[in-house]
Structure formats: C-alpha cells, structure tokens
Design a protein around this ligand. Sequence first.
Ligand code: PLP
Length: 399
Amino acid sequence: TSIFAAVEMAPRDPILGLNEAFNADTRATKVNLGVGVYYDDNGKIPLLAAVKAAEKARLEAMPPRGYQPIEGPAIYGQAVQNLLFGAGSELTESGRVVTAQALGGTGALRIGADFLHRMNPNATVYISDPSWENHRALFEAAGFKVENYPYYDPTTRGVNFAAMKAFLLGLEAGSIIVLHACCHNPTGADLSDAQWGEVVEACRERGLVPFLDMAYQGFAEGIDQDAVAVNLFSASGLQFFVSSSFSKSFSLYGERVGALSIVTASKEEAGRVMSQLKRVIRTNYSNPQIHGGAIVAAVLSSPELRQQWEDELAGMRDRIRAMRSGLVEQLKAKGVEQDFSFVIKQRGMFSYTGLSAAQVEQLKNDFGIYAVSTGRICLAALNSKNIGYVAEAIAAVVK
Ligand code: PLP
C-alpha cells in the first residue's frame, strides 16, 4: 500500500473554495465580493506607478542575487520602522526595536508565533471573535492553544468594548493577544483611540503580550493616522509585536512582502531577541527573497517615490470609501428600507453586511454574486460598472 494511504482530505479553505466556484461560474455578470484583494475601477489588481518606477530602476541596475541577511537588509528594516513608529522616533533611535523582513503578513505572524512558542509554549493565544480566518490556524500550527476574546457586536455593528475589556482584564499574565491594528478583518469595526488607550492599560495591568497585526496600514485614514494603536503601545513602554503586510498597501500580493517588528525593553535585550528570531527564520526558510522587499525599501526611502506611493494609496482608500457611500446610496435608491449607513462607518476593505448565510447563498444562485457566508463583502471588488447590479441584487435578497 501507498505511504499516503491513510492521508485524509483536509477541509477546503472557505475563501479559496469560493474563488474556485466563482471561476467556474459562466455568467458574464458574476461578481466576486469574497476576495481580500484591492481591485481598481476596471476590476484589475493595480501595479502602482511608484512600484513600477522602483522595479524599472532595479531591473536596469541588474544587481547580483546573493543571499540576503537572515533578517533582511538593514535599509528594509529601517523603512518598516519609520512607517510604524515614525521617522527618528525615540523608540527606534534607542535601538529597542528589532525588525525582520518576512514572507508577507502571514510569514511575519508565523515567525512571531514560532518565536513566542519557544519562549512560552504554554501560553494561550487570544484572537478577536471573529477574526481573519488564518489567525487561529496559524497560531495552532505553531503549537498554541487559541481562544476568542469578545469583539464584534452584531446588534450595534460595532465593537462590544465593555465585554472585550472585561475579558482582557480577566486573562492570565503572559497570554498573547492578537489585535488588528486597523481595518479589522472581517468586520470593518475598529476601536476608537480612547479604547486603544484602555487596551494598552489592560495589557499593562494583566501582563499580556500584545501582537498587533497591521495588514492594512493606510487603508482607513492614512499612514500615520492608522498607526495610532502602534503609537499608543510605543508610548506605553511595554513590549509588543507588530506584523506588517505590504500585500495590499503596495499591491504586491504575490511577492510576499512583510515584516515582523518586536519592541523590547532595551538595546541589549533587542540583541538577544533578534538572535533567537534569526534562529527561527534560519530553520524555516533561511533568509527572505530579495525582489519585493527591495522594491518596498526603494519606494519608502526615495522622497519622490514615497510621495507617489502615498498618493496612490490615498487613491485606493478614497475609491473604497466612494464604493461604501455609493452602495448605501444605491440601496436606498432601490427602495431598501433597512438602514445600511453603517457600511460608511466601517473601515478598510471589508464590510460585515449583516446578510445571512441564506441571503449570501441566494446572491450566488440568483445573481452570480459571491460573498463569504458570514456576510463579509470586499468593497474593493466593487466598481462603477458592477455597483448598480450588486445593489439591485442585495435589494432583492433583503426584501
Ligand atoms: N492579517 C490580516 C488581518 C489579513 O487580512 C491578511 C491578509 O488578508 C494578512 C494578515 C496576511 O497578509 P499577507 O497576504 O501579506 O500574508
């Protein structure tokens, strides 16, 4: 018999399964709202002009392809730290932060998880209820027990902050708490600045290990505004983790560009932490790939390209916002009585629409519109051509 005879079929990834069903659908009017990708108004994944310029310069220079340092090049780490903590901040100047290039936000979370597991394998990881679907699987794969903390409240379509805070204040010291730094996926409901301040204090009081997941910096209000949680943790003097993803903000999904930053208590501690993080990386994939990181570093360290990138990022942010208000308007125009104005207040690429699994099923069957069964839709998949059709379909299923 085969050595694989006992291998069972793993469950399908729900979102990738949705993409397969979408691709197989032959209706010309079909729309895929299930993805977590930014599309432009023509329904295409953009190649940003700033990225194109950096890429062209790099190809012309034809640099050799040696191994990178295990943690990636210093210029990349510096660029990431400037984005998160601000250029020349006390924190980065003090040498207390270590940053390693990672294979996307997912890779950053994973090396962080592996490092944490070596430090304290018995800690429990807490993720928001609900959270990005890979958080649980990823931390479980690293060996942790994973539980939920209260987060979304479907009745207010916001955060049940009282429940969240009470829960955090009841946790054991050393518990790892995964927080969406901005643009919560899947709900689009974020904490207010004041609430972030309270979360920081709860982490201090209980001795929790905060792990901020920053996958959408720049998609809510702007680069600096979206770093408010990072700034509050920085100012607190606490130690914490931040995973960054440039998949969305640079539209570099397949290049796998991200970073893990760890804020420590001293420069000396930072050295020890980095030495262990390098061991984790070395035994996983040895060192990161060059191209995507080189492009991001080049854009972020050139004043002209950085400005161009910020303008392009603002363009993506504004287009998503326009789709939010456009959808709400069109639903109203189609005679929908239910108030959908909450869609405008949600931040980032996603909205928890409140559509039931049955309504989502009906959208698929009757209209070829694909959404996640939880009712999550990606606003960045709407455009001026399909928004009317989508509004009409939603109007039909909610009536
Ligand atoms: N974290 C969250 C909350 C995300 O939504 C995503 C991507 O969808 C990631 C992390 C992973 O990002 P990447 O594609 O860079 O691995």
